[in-house]
Design a protein around this ligand. Structure first.
Ligand SMILES: [Zn+2]
Length: 141
């Protein structure tokens, strides 16, 4: 959630690389009626740089819940682990869609901790996902 300067060109590269989807919850920019945000994976306050290797595209909800966090507790193991890192890890290694895309399941400690910290299955997004699924817009390919 840093307010550091990100050029329009860099913002465009990050957005296109992410295929206009939140790199955490996979929400698509086209169907939420607002632009996705370029987020520092490692916050600037923790030494994160403003470069492509530390930037990802996030929906406002995930970005807000993530804030300055870099780790969270996995409720299954009780251990604190690093949050999912979109540049260094593969989404499908840590997450999977359940119930035709209604819910994101955590496959690993990293996945579960990230889902909890970012509230990736909150009731509001689940209601939206129901509509997106009915219309064939979700989950993204
Ligand atoms: Zn998101």
């Amino acid at each position: 959630m840093s307010r550091s300067y990100i050029s329009a060109r860099l913002r465009q590269r990050v957005t296109e690389r992410a295929h206009f989807r939140c790199e955490y919850c996979q929400t698509q920019e086209l169907i939420i009626g607002m632009p996705l945000e370029v987020e520092h994976i490692v916050p600037k306050t923790a030494g994160g740089e403003t470069d492509e290797g530390n930037l990802c595209l996030a929906c406002p909800r995930c970005n807000c819940h993530k804030g300055m966090q870099t780790e969270a507790v996995d409720n299954v193991t009780g251990h604190s682990v690093s949050l999912y890192h979109p540049r260094q890890q593969n989404w499908h290694d840590h997450f999977a869609w359940q119930d035709n895309g209604l819910v994101i399941a955590g496959l690993t400690s990293v996945g579960r901790a990230t889902i909890n910290a970012l509230q990736m299955n909150n009731p509001y997004v689940r209601r939206s996902r129901e509509l997106w699924i009915e219309n064939g817009w979700h989950p993204p390919n």
